[in-house]
Design a binder for this molecule. Structure first.
Ligand code: SF4
Length: 92
């Protein structure tokens, strides 16, 4: 029998959403952010969060000299503004 949680997980996998485990039996699924999400300020996080993320990236071995992440290839000065964005290796 399929539980509600299983249905959500299947949906997330089909849609290629990122699934995070919170507690046993509980999961959240997040749609990968897209560059055009920046066009809507409702998708933005607060400046303090954005600055903290950028600070973490600045100290990361995967952050290159033009401000791009070597793993996700995003420009972090932009991506860090998006509320639902996340680091590919979960540093933030
Ligand atoms: S997103 Fe993560 S892996 Fe990429 S530069 Fe920032 S901290 Fe490093």
């Amino acid at each position: 029998m399929q539980t509600k949680n299983t249905k959500i997980l299947n949906f997330c996998q089909i849609q290629k959403y990122k699934i995070f485990k919170l507690l046993p039996g509980y999961n959240i699924c997040m749609r990968p952010v897209k560059p055009w999400d920046l066009l809507n300020k409702d998708n933005w996080t607060i400046e303090e969060v954005r600055n903290k993320r950028l600070e973490i990236c600045g100290e990361c071995e995967n952050y290159n000299s033009i401000g791009q992440c070597k793993l996700c290839h995003c420009f972090m000065s932009a991506k860090t503004w998006l509320e639902n964005a996340y680091c590919p290796i979960r540093k933030w």
